[in-house]
Design a protein around this ligand. Structure first.
Ligand SMILES: [Zn+2]
Length: 208
């Protein structure tokens, strides 16, 4: 598995480029910004992007999706419960003093038990409402790797004070779905350093 993690944009969102070494098919997760840098990585590995997957509709995760779709022709996937947030991108841009990325169109909704794919690489979609209503995590069972969006961070969890957020729901998502994953699952949060499920289970102050 080719897996490049690139911190993009002013909020340094962790964008993942995941590619299959044999077929060179790839998915890009959370292309929030810096699309030229993402395209350079894709070219460096000789990859063809098949899916653009968005963990949730915050501007720092979805802001560059239309540019990436224009450059690659790949469809954009997002859980439908975040479509309302997607209509607020102008407002979101003003929160962080960024220019609005304009309208983002979703090609397909993804929900619990759906799968996203790059060649033979497969991730299960886990619907984890709380940070936003439509937040999802992506779990690659063969690689024991979780792309967590802003649901789980090393030593912390996603904020729940923005529109659509719920502290009760994020805790339920974390306890019922995320902490159900194997201890040695590598977690790639939406921001900041990687961690392990075991480590968060033991030491995350929000989860004890
Ligand atoms: Zn977010």
């Amino acid at each position: 598995m080719i897996h490049e993690i690139l911190a993009v944009g002013p909020l340094q969102c962790n964008c993942s480029v995941i590619g299959d070494e044999a077929t060179r098919e790839a998915m890009v997760i959370d292309p929030g910004d810096d699309i030229q840098d993402i395209l350079a990585l894709i070219a460096k590995h000789g990859l063809t992007v098949k899916q653009i997957v968005i963990t949730h509709a915050h501007i720092d995760h979805v802001g560059g999706a239309m540019k990436l779709r224009a450059a690659t022709g790949a469809p954009i996937l997002l859980n439908q419960n975040d479509y309302a947030l997607l209509k607020m991108l102008d407002v979101q841009a003003s929160w962080i003093g960024m220019p609005s990325p304009g309208k983002v169109e979703i090609d397909q909704s993804i929900g619990q038990a759906d799968q996203v794919k790059a060649g033979p690489l497969v991730a299960d979609v886990i619907h984890t409402p709380g940070h936003t209503e439509g937040s999802v995590c992506l779990y690659f069972p063969a690689e024991k790797k979780l792309i967590a969006g802003d649901t789980l961070f090393a030593g912390s969890i996603g904020r729940t004070d923005l529109p659509g957020g719920s502290f009760e729901k994020i805790l339920r998502s974390l306890h019922q779905k995320v902490l159900a994953l194997p201890d040695d699952t590598v977690v790639v949060p939406g921001h900041g350093p990687l961690t392990l499920i075991a480590e968060e289970r033991e030491s995350n102050p929000f989860l004890r």
